[in-house]
Every structure is written in structure tokens, then in C-alpha cells.
Design a protein around this ligand. Structure first.
Ligand SMILES: Nc1ncnc2c1ncn2[C@@H]1O[C@H](COP(=O)(O)OP(=O)(O)OP(=O)(O)O)[C@@H](O)[C@H]1O
Ligand SMILES: [Mg+2]
Length: 304
């Protein structure tokens, strides 16, 4: 049994001649929140639909709980709750009745309806018609439906799309509770890093169908190290001098860039000491924010 709850290898999907998902290998660890990030049209929904067996991949392997999809979909999907695009409800029926229909289909007792209503904090509004629900309430009803069958894995496509900050915060809190207290594994997509950065243990960034980053936020954060920019009169010579002292540098025209990652103030002072024979024209320190890195990876930002 694989340690990954969701695992794909070379997952690929074309529509006509366009490749929407290109050789994507996802790894979602058990009991964690995985943020699946990418701008509009990046391939998030297409990937998610393949994970759920809603569309077929043209190439690649998909395993959920170590079992192949779609071959073992009956077995697998029993353990999966999902929310993809706008779920449809009977607007003229109450929230409770909508869930009752699903529960009956799934052969679940009414007590389970009360439980999920409590989890998503809809108990109070359960007797109201869904047609009158706010977007946030509809979204929570969608989550309640996804939770009905006590899934071990939740796959949510942009669950916070269109919600106000309070609504987003509420959903985030709910995700944390579900993983930390009930051990669920959650894969959720978003086009905003800021929406998942406080809750995701692991993130995957997709852009133009390609997975451009996968790993812990800490790993991504490492790329947000501070960098010292030094404009000097003889940059190549200065770079060599620093390199001789074991200080890694990068040349950008007249500016040399020195990473300050893991460097003590004493080591930083050493940089200037080593450069005492040079004319330092300008000193600047920058740090890439997580958001900068994300925008760079998705091709929307300026470089350093
Ligand atoms: N049924 C389809 N037929 C043709 N092209 C499609 C189809 N579904 C998706 N695509 C294309 O595949 C690409 C990826 O779309 P997808 O919906 O997966 O992106 P997304 O990351 O979910 O974007 P968004 O943030 O806007 O929801 C897009 O270029 C889209 O136009
Ligand atoms: Mg989408």
C-alpha cells in the first residue's frame, strides 16, 4: 500500500490538440491538506475530474488509496467526498430535505444528516429553502453533502470561490478541524496562494497544464530567502573574490547577488570585508514573498 492517498504518474489530458493537463504527477500524503494551486485555465478542474473518474486521462496512471482509477472506482469513490464546480440543489426544498435525498440514496440514517449539518454549522438554517441560501450557505451545504458518507478523502474544487473573507475563514477553519481532529485527507484547489497558505501542509502548483512545484510550503518559503544586491565597479572580479572565500554569488550586469540564507551577521560583515578593494556603488536587500514566488512560477510576475 502506497503512502500516498492520491498519486498520479504522468497524468495527461488533451481536448482536441490542446494539452490541458500535461504529464502531472501528484502526491497527496495521508491526513494532510494539499493545496492545488494555479491560475485560471491551468488545468485544476480537469485534473480533479480525472481523479474522480468524471473524465478519462489520455495517458498516465491514477491511484487513490493505492488502488487504480477508474478500474476500482466503485471501491474507491465510497471513501471520497467531492465538490466540483457548482453543485446543483433543489432550490424549492430545504437544506435538510436536499441532504435527506442524498442520504436515502446512500442508505445512511437521518442521524448522519444532523451530524454533517452540525459540522458545517447549518443546523439553524436546515429548515429553510435552499433557494434562499446565500452563496456561503450553499457552499457549506455542498460540503455537508460531500461529508455525508464519512469520506476519508475530500476533493474540493475551489471551495471558497466567491465567498467573502469571513466565509473563506470559516471554510478554512473547517478544513483544519476535519484533518486535525478526524484525520481526513483534503485536496483543495484555488487560484490564490493566500487562500491556502495558512492551512496547506503541502502544495502543488500547476500552470499551463504542467506541475511546476510540489512540496511543503517550507520548501517554497526557502526560495523566499533574502538576497543582497551589490552594485560594484568590477563585478566579475568581485564575484571571483567572494567565490574564493566560499561565498556563492550570481552576477547580474554590474550587480552581484549574494544569498543571505543561513548567513550570520558576522558572515555578512565578511562579505563587505572581502570587497574592501572594490568600489561598492549601491547596496540593497530584497526578499521574495511567497506570493512573488507563486506569481513567478505561474508566469504572472516580474523576476527578481
Ligand atoms: N471540455 C473541455 N473542452 C475543451 N477544452 C476544455 C474542456 N475542459 C477544459 N478545457 C480546457 O482545458 C484547460 C484547463 O481548464 P481547467 O478548467 O482544468 O482549468 P482550471 O485550472 O480549473 O481553471 P479555473 O481556475 O478557471 O477554474 C483550459 O484551457 C480549458 O479551456
Ligand atoms: Mg476550474
Amino acid at each position: 500500500m502506497s503512502q500516498w492517498i492520491v498519486e498520479t504518474e504522468g497524468m495527461t489530458r488533451r481536448f482536441g490538440t490542446r494539452i490541458s493537463v500535461d504529464d502531472v504527477s501528484l502526491r497527496v500524503p495521508e491526513g494532510k491538506i494539499y493545496g492545488f494551486l494555479g491560475p485560471n485555465g491551468a488545468g485544476k478542474t480537469t485534473s480533479i475530474k480525472m481523479l474522480l473518474g468524471l473524465i478519462r486521462p489520455d495517458a498516465g496512471i491514477i491511484r487513490l488509496f493505492g488502488q487504480p482509477m477508474p478500474e476500482n472506482s466503485l471501491d474507491i469513490l465510497r471513501k471520497v467526498g467531492s465538490l466540483v464546480e457548482n453543485p446543483s440543489y433543489y432550490g424549492h426544498l430545504t437544506g435538510y430535505k436536499n441532504l435527506k435525498i442524498l442520504a436515502t440514496l446512500l442508505g445512511l440514517p437521518d442521524s448522519r444528516i444532523d451530524e454533517v449539518l452540525a459540522i458545517v454549522r447549518l443546523t439553524e438554517s436546515a429548515k429553510e429553502k435552499v433557494g434562499g441560501y446565500s452563496l456561503g450557505m450553499k457552499q457549506r451545504l455542498g460540503l455537508a453533502s460531500a461529508l455525508l458518507r464519512k469520506p476519508q478523502l475530500l476533493i474540493l474544487d475551489e471551495p471558497t470561490n466567491g465567498l467573502d473573507p469571513a466565509g473563506i475563514q470559516e471554510i478554512r477553519q473547517l478544513m483544519l478541524t476535519l484533518t486535525r481532529e478526524q484525520g481526513l485527507t483534503i485536496l483543495l484547489s484555488s487560484h490564490l496562494l493566500s487562500e491556502v497558505d495558512t492551512i496547506a501542509d503541502e502544495i502543488g502548483i500547476i500552470n499551463g497544464g504542467k506541475l511546476v512545484f510540489q512540496g511543503g510550503l517550507v520548501t517554497l518559503q526557502k526560495q523566499s530567502q533574502k538576497v543582497l544586491h551589490l552594485a560594484v565597479d568590477r563585478p566579475e572580479e568581485a564575484a571571483r573574490t567572494l567565490a574564493e572565500q566560499g561565498i556563492g554569488v550570481e552576477c547580474r550586469g554590474r550587480t552581484i547577488l549574494v544569498s543571505l540564507e543561513g548567513k550570520t551577521p558576522l558572515m555578512q560583515a565578511q562579505i563587505f570585508k572581502a570587497l574592501s578593494g572594490f568600489n561598492i556603488l549601491e547596496v540593497k536587500e530584497t526578499a521574495k514573498s511567497l506570493e512573488d514566488i507563486f506569481l513567478e512560477l505561474t508566469g504572472k510576475g516580474a523576476s527578481l
